[in-house]
Design a protein around this ligand. Structure first.
Ligand SMILES: [Zn+2]
Ligand SMILES: [Zn+2]
Length: 130
């Protein structure tokens, strides 16, 4: 992969916020504070979709919202689930899937192309205690 300044900037932000899914807008905002590397929002989008194609970043989306991206782990799970706080809008990822076991059972029973989409939302402990 060719290393361009926007890609470098986006990679830096993703590494600094590993484990925390960010929207392209948030990533763009954060790149503005990087010295010597500036990039526009279009470049951020391009870099993110490139990283996703290469398996370096994973994409998640909540209904009615812009997709969020985070750095992919070394052994990325089949997929992840996310918790979103309704107050601070913070998104956390879980590395486990509670449903995939049931999916495998369905597949074993002859069902094909089984998939699911699950969103968990609520109020995070930080917001509850403040
Ligand atoms: Zn919160
Ligand atoms: Zn799942």
């Amino acid at each position: 992969m060719r290393i361009t300044k926007p890609r470098l900037a986006v990679a830096k932000i993703l590494i600094e916020h590993a484990g925390c899914p960010l929207s392209p807008e948030e990533i763009h905002q954060k790149t503005l504070s990087l010295k010597g590397i500036s990039c526009d929002q279009v470049s951020v989008y391009r870099a993110l979709s490139k990283f996703k194609d290469l398996g370096l970043a994973t994409k998640s989306s909540f209904q009615g919202e812009a997709a969020r991206y985070k750095l992919a782990g070394l052994n990325p799970p089949r997929h992840e689930h996310f918790f979103k706080c309704r107050q601070c809008q913070n998104v956390e990822s879980f590395n486990e899937c509670f449903v995939s076991k049931k999916e495998r059972l369905l597949e074993a029973a002859g069902y094909k192309n089984v998939s699911h989409h699950l969103e968990i939302s609520g109020v995070c402990p930080k917001c509850v205690n403040s």
